[in-house]
Design a protein around this ligand. Sequence first.
Ligand code: PMP
Length: 435
Amino acid sequence: MTGDGAGAGSRQAFQRAERVLLGGVDSPVRSFGAVGGTPLFFDRGRGPYLWDVDGHRFVDLVNSWGAIVLGHASPSVIRAVRRSAGLGLSFGAPSVLEHELAERIVRAVPSVERLRFVNSGTEAVMSAVRAARGFTGRPKVVKFEGGYHGHSDGLLARAGSGLATAAIADSAGVPSSVVRDTLVTPYNDLDALARLFERHGEAIAAVVVEPVAGNMNVVVPDQEFLPGLARLCRRFGSLLIADEVITGFRLRRGAIHPEYGIRADLVTFGKIIGGGLPVGAYGGRKEILETVAPLGPVYQAGTLAGNPVVMAAGAAVLDALTPAVYRRLERSSARIAGRWTEIAREEGVRGFFVPRVGSMLGLFFGPEPPRNYADAMGVDRKRYARFFHAMLDRGVYLPPSPLETTFVSAAIGPREIDRMERAAREGFRLARGSR
Ligand code: PMP
């Protein structure tokens, strides 16, 4: 594997962490298992940059896996967090901050009439699926190969993200009885989905889909895929759950699924709506949400759900996300995707693509842009690892896995873009190497 760019501080920190934290990390992809070397430990972020414990500065293209959209320590967000924290960290009772953030989301997403906050994307999707089952009285859920919807038992079947690089098809510890009601089918394949509905349609409570898939590199939906999926759901009386944990408020104000001509019954959020603090939310049609406690028989609860500091951070981020910010994100992202593709070609790297929707970019070393999980798994992992380390050595922090999304923040400007282009040129030269 490629050289270890970690400084002495990160290496020491990792050794210490490994003695008390399992694998030294709190989420598997952070371990650098997919690219080799020692994970960097960070102690500071500001704007487009992160600083590691050795004092090295990096342009950040991970951005907390998409949760950070304005850049690190954005002043208006930090002010809101400070103000809220000073008033108490948790009440375990309602605060107006909850409905104030919910109002912003409901206004921006026509398919969301009622909303419930939870603490993570995992919880959001798990709860949405429970509501769908409760509402329809049906047992089965359809997900797509390479789609990741958090680590709840029933959705850990052929999931992407960390599972894809760890080559765990299904997680140990999940009984087959739990995934028996999870049906898995390829993304972008309407015929396969139609066959699944012909066989199981009457038992399908919901289809859960990432409108732009972001856990098997970036996979853009074919034009007909989402509308066709929505038609099948309607025909068989199944609900459509748009998992917008990544895409919500990243690609536009609100959800992205309406742009593809569909209306979801349930929508899940996370990441950006918490401004970098732990959050999730699920919402949708009023009559479906009303099956959830306290109004209905589906149980779901949370000690820290709707936490005031999180709500304040989320509202500050959504207020800062003006049309101008989205235009800036689009401009920078298009520039990075376009120039890196050209530079790769100029440096003689064949088979490099940047599938992209807005500020979600895939850095894909492979024969063609992926259309599904099988394509995504064909990525040249060694080449990505070489590129990753070359970029790391030049002060650019990319996702430490070839199957994750690269996220641009609004704090990245022309200076960072130029700097990254110079790094990328050398990176591609080194990545080209021998296979
Ligand atoms: N859904 C999607 C589409 C995701 O990408 C993720 C995590 N990246 C989740 C759900 C789970 O979110 P969390 O990690 O906050 O539990």
